[in-house]
Design a protein around this ligand. Structure first.
Ligand SMILES: Cc1cc2nc3c(=O)[nH]c(=O)nc-3n(C[C@H](O)[C@H](O)[C@H](O)COP(=O)(O)OP(=O)(O)OC[C@H]3O[C@@H](n4cnc5c(N)ncnc54)[C@H](O)[C@@H]3O)c2cc1C
Ligand SMILES: NC(=O)C1=CN([C@@H]2O[C@H](COP(=O)(O)OP(=O)(O)OC[C@H]3O[C@@H](n4cnc5c(N)ncnc54)[C@H](OP(=O)(O)O)[C@@H]3O)[C@@H](O)[C@H]2O)C=CC1
Ligand SMILES: Nc1ccccc1C(=O)C[C@H](N)C(=O)O
Length: 451
């Protein structure tokens, strides 16, 4: 039977980056990917999560692999949220300080780049090889390839980066004392697009993440290098007037878009075609533990799929790779069980925290950003950060523009939230926000931290 040193399952974003890290440690790395190699074709992934936001944690992991400079030219910076109200008026809320941005990147192009880089350093990638079964007693994979060939491969180490519906996690599910929880949320999503204008330009500001917040649902748009935008419509699957089940024909669709997203509607000539062709996808949160069994480990979405609303799933998965690689650096390539045990222990509280924050950010995006008081709140927090940069860091900044453990950001964010709720309860806050006693707010936070 063939024997591998390291087998990585899935050449998605996380598996590809991890394979580069491990190969650079002089390990023999073999990747199994069920999809075909699409690098020689025009990239075609319509209707699937096409572009994503890359932020500091992701950049840090790419930099360690020496890839930051290669990825940067593929990205478009988004410096803040551009909020569109029902009348088509817009307002801008910066994400952080001047110059701080999250970066829009095409999932397909990014994945192709990582796969190319992995092959360059000597990773062996087997496309159209699907993991059918795993015998965890012997670390033995059953892999199918075209022609329905079934092969058994044993491996010293198996790492499952095979996404939200992981085959390695399925195998672990059969073990005693393996905890598993999944939750589909009430909303699903559908991807649509805004093409470039006739003169070949972006139809809206390319340096922002556009949001049409409508209370119980929303539309968002991220820019692409070809000057189009990928829009994602988040709606409840059923119930109410505005839900996927209640958009049955072009008339329903036009009615909803003209009522709630008219300015976007004017820019979407192919809306009906795309709406009725593209899939409606579900959104799931998955938590499980442990992430390891002997020399097999789950990583990325396989261990912690989260809803996409913070734009952190991939960034968190990249940070997983960074932390795992640091542990390997420290403990060596012969102590796999120790490395994996430490990894899961360090990381689980952090992935739980970001999964929870991702759920909460949906409320913020679809509802709170439309409230004028939310803008004041953001301004107060920005001013606190400007006056006391070390003492008050807005939650969004801790999550997006720092590498503070997510669990610490979560805990501190909750303390700050309570204080800000009190500040915002002042009926005159809209007029007085700029003249407040900012030092007193910091004192309140210090006291709350001391409890
Ligand atoms: C709508 C949406 C928007 C998002 N936006 C963002 C964002 O802006 N920023 C961000 O950081 N994150 C975002 N995410 C999250 C991000 O997509 C995931 O966290 C990320 O893709 C996880 O990468 P992964 O490599 O773990 O899994 P995947 O990307 O799913 O890769 C898994 C790979 O394994 C392969 N595979 C699966 N099963 C098998 C098998 N049995 N055998 C062999 N191969 C297999 C798959 O084909 C795939 O290539 C978003 C998610 C969604 C749904
Ligand atoms: N947290 C979340 O809510 C979501 C997270 N994601 C993450 O982003 C990744 C990439 O996104 P994208 O390329 O759009 O992913 P896809 O939706 O194309 O799914 C990736 C693979 O997962 C399998 N799959 C999808 N839905 C199910 C299901 N209900 N039950 C079992 N298997 C399923 C499919 O396998 P097959 O080809 O065999 O059908 C598919 O190839 C996903 O793999 C996931 O990790 C994606 C969607 C939602
Ligand atoms: N990429 C996404 C995909 C879906 C939903 C949200 C995002 C975001 O990135 C949101 C951004 N972090 C925000 O808070 O405005």
């Amino acid at each position: 039977m063939k024997k591998n040193e390291i087998s990585i399952l899935g050449s998605g974003l996380i598996g590809s980056l991890l394979s580069i890290y491990l190969r650079k440690r002089d390990l023999n790395v073999t990747v199994y990917e069920k999809r075909a190699d699409n690098r020689n074709q025009e990239y075609k992934e319509e209707g699937r999560s096409i572009n994503m936001a890359l932020s500091d944690r992701g950049w840090k992991a790419l930099e360690k692999a020496g890839l930051k400079d290669k990825v940067l030219p593929l990205t478009i910076p988004m410096y803040g949220r551009k909020i569109h109200n029902e009348h088509g008026d817009t307002s801008f809320i910066p994400y952080g300080k001047e110059g701080q941005a999250i970066y829009s990147i095409s999932r397909g192009r990014f994945n192709q780049l990582l796969i190319n880089e992995a092959e360059k350093v000597g990773v062996k990638i087997n496309f159209e090889h699907r993991i059918e079964d795993i015998d965890l007693r012997f670390n033995e994979l059953t892999v199918s390839s075209p022609g329905n060939l079934l092969e058994k491969i044993s491996s010293e180490v198996i790492i499952g980066s095979d996404g939200a519906y992981s085959s390695l996690r399925n195998a672990m599910l059969k073990q005693v004392r393996f905890n598993y929880k999944q939750q589909y949320i009430s909303h699903g999503y559908k991807e649509l697009s805004i093409p470039p204008t006739e003169s070949g330009d972006f139809a809206m500001d390319p340096n922002a993440l556009h949001i049409w917040p409508r209370g119980s649902f929303m539309l968002i748009a991220l820019p692409n290098p070809d000057k189009s935008f990928t829009c994602t419509l988040f709606l409840p699957f059923e119930g109410g007037r505005v839900s996927f089940e209640n958009i049955r024909d072009e008339k329903d669709l036009k009615g909803i878009f003209k009522t709630y997203f008219d300015d976007a509607y004017q820019l979407m000539p192919q809306l009906a075609d795309q709406y009725f062709t593209n899939p409606t996808s579900a959104l799931i949160d998955i938590e499980c533990y442990p992430w390891m069994l002997n020399k097999a480990l789950l990583i990325g979405d396989a261990s912690h799929a989260m809803v996409p609303f913070y734009g952190q799933g991939m960034n968190c998965g990249f940070e997983d790779c960074y932390i795992l690689d640091n542990l390997i650096e420290k403990l060596g390539t012969t102590a796999w069980e120790l490395v994996f045990a430490k990894f899961q222990k360090i990381r689980k509280p952090d992935t739980d925290a970001i999964s929870q924050l991702a759920m909460e950010n949906f409320e913020e995006m679809k509802e709170q950003v439309a409230d004028p008081k939310f803008i004041i709140r953001k301004k107060i927090e920005a001013k606190l950060h400007q006056l006391f940069p070390k003492d008050w860091i807005p939650l969004y900044t801790m999550v997006t523009f720092s590498d503070m453990p997510y669990s610490e950001a979560y805990a501190l964010g909750k303390l700050q939230e309570k204080i800000m709720d009190r500040v915002m309860a002042d009926p005159l806050i809209t007029e007085n926000w700029d003249k407040m006693d900012y030092e007193d707010i910091i004192d309140q936070l210090d006291k709350a931290k001391a409890v």
